[in-house]
Design a protein around this ligand. Structure first.
Ligand SMILES: NCCCNCCCCCC(O)(O)C(F)(F)F
Ligand SMILES: [Zn+2]
Length: 344
């Protein structure tokens, strides 16, 4: 299987994450990609290719222009305002305040565009996010052209990024950008299957009123799991999108057997909807030892997951989302991808 990767993913060098009330070294660290690359090479998955630069147009096809401009300028504006640390919001347009006005001060803009407070913006964040969506575009272009599966080793991840919001370590929605590209290339309907422990609120929000993307997510119950405010089972899509958004919230500690049985339901929906391409938001934070998650996959279970996804029989693009058990992230990602190749 071909892998797309950009060395510019290392430009995302955040020093701080607000976690449990303290500033810690970010869980979404550069070493995650290094260890995945190492295992892919060790296991001989296939060629590792740098993507072309696709520019801003594919980003603007799913994200708000002013939001993209904000991301491009935020760090400089934050420094110019004399702030000491990394750019982290500390106020939001809370209920009964004005949520439709974007303040002039960068601190006000941060709260307007930020979904959450754990994700800092710092030097290189925008550039890394641009490289990450190029990785996703390289992968989807290859699969569209060849029908062969591909893996986009995206960093930063993307599935929490909404039309005009960043957070949960995400800035551009890589899976949404890839799906939009596939539709513009002639696919009539694309499935995005999000297996990350956390709900892909951004992907849901981008396609919520559309029927050309079927968004299906298995994730920790938002009653007790980030992002808390989206990802409930009653969110079925709106307007034309009715029936094309399916959430499977699952309790912490869910067994792999239950998770896989739920996957069967998801795959049946994908088949019934006549999807012509499968994009997998691949978060391996469903691993039993993930430090910030609560599902129970073993490394071997990831192989079974890959094998089962192959049986869906669709051209498939895997895009990296989460996974924070850094020592095992390489094996867990590699197992999904090799499992897929075995299952074809
Ligand atoms: N106590 C709850 C702490 C939650 N902190 C933020 C979790 C972000 C998860 C990010 C991710 O894994 O969903 C992605 F795939 F986007 F990277
Ligand atoms: Zn996650």
């Amino acid at each position: 299987m071909l892998t797309f990767y950009s060395a510019d993913s290392r430009l995302r060098q955040a020093r701080t994450e607000l976690h449990d009330g303290t500033l810690v070294a970010p869980f979404e660290c550069p070493e995650r990609v290094d260890l995945v690359l190492k295992q892919l090479r060790l296991s001989g998955l296939g060629e590792i290719r740098a993507p072309s630069a696709y520019g801003l147009a594919p980003v603007l096809a799913v994200h708000d222009k002013d939001y993209v401009t904000f991301l491009a300028n935020c760090w400089e504006a934050w420094l110019a305002a004399g702030h000491e640390g990394e750019a982290i919001p500390n106020i939001w347009p809370a209920r009964r305040m004005r949520g439709d006005h974007i303040p002039h001060a960068i601190s006000g803009q941060l709260g307007y565009y930020a979904l959450a407070a754990e994700t800092s913006i710092s030097a290189g964040t925008f550039e890394a996010a641009m490289a990450s969506k190029d990785v996703a575009l390289g992968a989807v272009e290859y699969t569209l052209q060849t029908g062969e599966p591909s893996f986009g080793l995206c960093r930063p991840p993307g599935h929490h990024a909404a039309y005009d919001q960043f957070g949960g370590y995400c800035f551009f929605n890589n899976a949404a950008i890839a799906a939009q590209r596939a539709l513009e290339s002639g696919k009539r309907r694309v499935a995005i299957l999000d297996v990350d422990f956390h709900h892909g609120n951004g992907t849901q929000q981008i396609f919520y009123r559309r029927d050309d993307v079927l968004f299906i997510s298995l994730h920790g119950d938002p009653e007790v799991t980030f992002p808390y405010y989206l990802g409930y089972a009653d969110e079925g899509g709106e307007g034309k999108g009715e029936g094309f958004n399916i959430n499977y919230p699952l309790p912490h500690g869910t067994s792999v057997a239950t998770w896989m049985a739920t996957l069967e339901q998801a795959l049946a929906k994908i088949q019934a909807a006549g999807c012509e391409l499968l994009i997998v938001s691949l978060g391996v934070d469903i691993f039993e030892n993930d430090p910030i998650s609560a599902f129970t996959f073993t490394s071997e279970d990831f192989t079974n997951l890959g094998q089962r996804l192959a049986q869906a029989g669709l051209p498939s693009v895997f895009l990296m989302e989460g996974g924070y058990a850094v020592d095992e992230i390489g094996v867990n990602v590699s197992n999904v991808l090799h499992g897929f190749e075995q299952g074809v």
